[in-house]
Each structure stands twice: as structure tokens, then as C-alpha cells.
Design a protein around this ligand. Sequence first.
Ligand SMILES: Cc1cc2nc3c(=O)[nH]c(=O)nc-3n(C[C@H](O)[C@H](O)[C@H](O)COP(=O)(O)O)c2cc1C
Ligand SMILES: Nc1ncnc2c1ncn2[C@@H]1O[C@H](COP(=O)(O)OP(=O)(O)O)[C@@H](O)[C@H]1O
Length: 310
Amino acid sequence: MKRYTDAKTYDNQTPSVVTIGTFDGVHIGHKKIIDRLIESAQKNGLDSVILTFFPHPRMVLQQDSNIKLINTIDERIQILEKTGLTSLVIHPFTQEFSRLTAGEYVQQMLVDRLNVRHVIIGYDHRFGRNRNSNITDLASYGIQNDFTVEEISKQDIDDVAVSSTKIREALLQGDITRANTFLGYEYMLTGIVVKGKELGRKLNYPTANLYIEEKYKLIPKNGVYIVKSEIDGTIRFGMMNIGTNPTVNGTQQSIETHFFDASFNLYDKKIQIQMLKRIRDEKKFDSIEQLQEAMQQDEDFSRDYINSLV
Ligand SMILES: Cc1cc2nc3c(=O)[nH]c(=O)nc-3n(C[C@H](O)[C@H](O)[C@H](O)COP(=O)(O)O)c2cc1C
Ligand SMILES: Nc1ncnc2c1ncn2[C@@H]1O[C@H](COP(=O)(O)OP(=O)(O)O)[C@@H](O)[C@H]1O
């Protein structure tokens, strides 16, 4: 997959079939559309292109800093990489870009830069300044500019939209199992290991504290989870706590993981953690000893679960 951070740099020698969207999560519904895109490209000798925008239009137009997404942009790239798509164009979404008229957008982006022959798009897609134009308008632009438009039906779109919303809801409720079913892969958190209170090692459970730079990344509901991560080429299982550590009177949310059967220095390392299963809520215990006991139980439960996987 070739990646372009601006449609201007796209290599447009081969004409393309394009689909446009956010594809947050790149879940099983999205995969169906991407498969259709790739099939159409192969059948017609075209380049398969996803045109997506970053930052998310809502972050730019509504300054909606509270928007939460299933994937960071890097995670989205990583997952799309595996789909067999030929090109991913991540065009910067700016105030200026949002003011392009529909005609300017089609001419500059689709025709001039992407050399489009075919567009696969949702029945309710809107584009151009103030989202003034729709799929019927796109089809007329197509007649003038020698490209065709294929509609994704309401039914297909509803399936996709419903699963994005369902995934976000499931994650906020801590229902990782359900989220993973809709995603078709395990929900991931990607970040840098930073220093914490250095208490973990005293509890005999050193925990790597994950710092996630992207404030728009959705963090699942507080609680304890079974996780795994590939670290330096080895798969490590572990248990993660997301929460404020009320037992030790913490206030800030932290994301900390103890990896089983491992001893290593992870500070400053970038790691990606897959979430497998929720164990319980985070609790305020009356003593450190009780917390330690709970962690021992979490470990037993996690090890049983992990052993049942193989
Ligand atoms: C599996 C696991 C479960 C945890 N459960 C709780 C909990 O229920 N309540 C709580 O206050 N802290 C819980 N913690 C967080 C501990 O308080 C935390 O690991 C300890 O404060 C060490 O933090 P540090 O890494 O910043 O030193 C849990 C941690 C892990 C790894
Ligand atoms: N099995 C392990 N799981 C997680 N971290 C480990 C493990 N073994 C060693 N470490 C190291 O210990 C650090 C965590 O120790 P801890 O006492 O909890 O300190 P901190 O509060 O800074 O996280 C991790 O960042 C990592 O570098």
C-alpha cells in the first residue's frame, strides 16, 4: 500500500477507483466496502484508493475536542495496510479545504489528482462547501468528467454505521468481547511507557504505564482487563488496569499493564497492547494488602483464560 499525506503527491498515472470516508475502526462493515473497492479495481485494471481526511472534520469545523475515535491515525494506517488496498490518501482537512465548492472539490481532488474512473460511495454521502452536494450531483459531475458512481445502499451503510456506534458504546461499557467481534480484530492501545508512582514493583507487580498522545483516542471503561502485546518479537500476556488507582488515592487516569513471566525495562518504549477480555471494575480497597490479594486473583483468572486460548 502506498501512502500519501496529501492528494497533491498522489501518483496518478493509473486511473483509479476511489472510496471516500473516515473508516474509523476499519471494522468488519468497512472491510466489506474495501473488498468491493479492491475487486472493482482488479476487474478494471485500476488503482484502488481510499481518500480519507485528517484531522477528522469535526475536530476542525466544530473544534469538538471531545470527539473520540476507535483508531488513532497511525493505527488506522496500520490496519488498512493489511487489506490489500493499493493507495491510501490522507488529505489534510483544513478550514480552507472545507470551503471548496463541490465543483472545485470534484475537479481538483477526484479528477485532477486522483485520476478517478469510478467512485464507490454511500447513498447519503455529502460533499463540497457546507456539504451542499449529494450522490446525484456526483453522478452528474461523473458524466461530465468520465467517471461512474456506484452507490452503497442504505442497508449496507446502516450496517456499517451501526457497528461503529456499537463498537464505541461497547468500549465505553467495557464490553471488549463485543467490540472485538465487530472490529474483527482486538482493540488496541498504542503509546509510550512512562514513569508512574514506582509503587508497582513494591507490590510485586511492576506495571508499565502507557501514555497515549492522541487525546481523541477512545479509552475503554475503567477496570481490569486481560491483554497481550508483542514486545521485541515475543508475545507477552498480561493484565491491565485502567483507572485512577483509588486505593492509593490516585486522581489521574492511568493505563497500566503487568506482563506475566517477564522482566524488562520498558521505559520510553513504544508499545501496542491488544485488549482481550474484561475481568472486573476497579475498586477502592481498604488496604494495600487487599489490593495485592485482588491482583493475585486477577493473575490466576488471567492465566486460566490465557491457557484456555491454546
Ligand atoms: C491487574 C491490576 C489490577 C488493579 N486493580 C486495582 C484496583 O482495583 N484498585 C486500585 O486502586 N488500583 C488497582 N490497580 C492499580 C494499582 O494501584 C497500581 O498498579 C499501583 O498503584 C502501582 O502503580 P505504579 O505503576 O504507578 O507504581 C491495579 C493494577 C493492576 C495491574
Ligand atoms: N513484567 C513486567 N511488566 C511490566 N513492567 C515491567 C515488568 N518487569 C519490569 N518492568 C518495568 O518496570 C516498570 C514498572 O515498574 P513500577 O514499579 O510499576 O514503576 P512505574 O510506577 O514507573 O510504572 C515498567 O515500566 C517496566 O519498565
